[in-house]
Design a protein around this ligand. Structure first.
Ligand SMILES: N[C@H](CCC[C@H](N)C(=O)O)C(=O)O
Length: 282
């Protein structure tokens, strides 16, 4: 299988051109290629596929083989991949995903895609749509007992589910212990991506993320969007201005246009290397 290793501020995936290849069992391939010792090493697998409704389709799998409905860092790299592989020849492209068609603008410098602006769509706040179990219509700054510790969470879906919580010092968080407790909490029927956030100022947030199906990653694009939305709803950041979200792997600019009710994410997309891997051992 030919592949391209790419990363969006350190959130790295193995990309496959499915205009040219067919992957019979993507979940098994995701688990194999993601292994940093026996495979390539990545946060998961992303297939770039033909589409009848968009320029291409993103089919995304986490490290554990579970399929994700949306991937913010991944879709920026899909846009770069599509341009660099001649699948598209324009700056404004569409990518179909399991959470609908997304619209992207490529910033091209010296013939190369340097950064991408993504219309991530509207945030979903209705508890049962996220889904999160609650007696409330929306979960905004609500207490949640996580193995005996009470965390105040705000639940947001960007096509995939997120729980956002705030703390004074995210650097000292034992995320390997706490992350799985959130991910597998009974109140999240489809599991959950969890963002731990420190407010730097009214236009700057710092976050770490424990991703559903991948564990701690250096960045999460949908998570950064969920964090900007949750922080706005909680009155912690200014409205209708770009918010800088600082992640372990780098920064993203997030704007929630309240009038449109659309979230825009802008950030880099980087190719690391190309290669070929033998899948016969799977
Ligand atoms: N783990 C996520 C998918 C990847 C999201 C993240 N890598 C991003 O950049 O948005 C899920 O299962 O919903």
């Amino acid at each position: 299988m030919k592949f391209t290793k790419m990363q969006g501020i350190g959130n790295d995936y193995v990309y496959v051109n499915c205009f040219e290849e067919t992957i019979a069992d993507p979940s098994a391939v995701a688990r194999f290629v993601s292994d940093r010792h026996f495979g390539i090493g990545s946060d998961g697998l992303i297939l770039v596929k033909p589409s009848d409704v968009a320029d291409c389709e993103m089919d995304m799998y986490n490290l554990d083989g579970s399929q994700g409905a949306m991937c913010g860092n991944g879709i920026r790299c899909v846009a770069k991949f599509a341009y660099d592989h001649g699948i598209v020849h324009k700056k404004n492209i569409t990518v179909n995903t399991k959470s609908g068609i997304k619209y992207l603008d490529l910033d091209i410098k010296d013939g190369k895609v340097s950064s991408v602006k993504v219309n991530m769509g509207s945030p979903i706040l209705t508890a049962k749509m996220i889904p999160v179990v609650s007696d409330k219509e929306q979960v905004i700054n609500q207490p949640l007992d996580v193995n005996g510790t009470i965390w105040n969470i705000t639940a947001v879906s960007m096509g995939n589910p997120h729980a956002v919580t705030y703390m004074e010092d995210v650097n000292s968080l034992d995320i390997e212990k706490v992350g799985p407790m959130f991910e597998n909490h009974i109140n999240f029927p489809d599991r959950i991506n969890t963002e731990f956030v420190k407010v730097i100022d009214r236009r700057t947030l710092q976050m770490r993320v424990w991703e559903r199906g991948s564990g701690e990653t250096l960045a999460c694009g949908t998570g950064a969007c969920a964090v900007a939305v949750a922080s706005t709803l909680n009155g912690l950041v200014d409205e209708d201005v770009p918010i800088t979200v600082k992640l372990l792997g780098g920064d993203l600019q997030i704007l929630w246009n309240r009038q449109e009710n659309l979230v825009y994410m802008t950030g880099p997309a980087t190719t690391v290397f190309e290669g070929e891997i033998d899948l016969s051992s799977i």
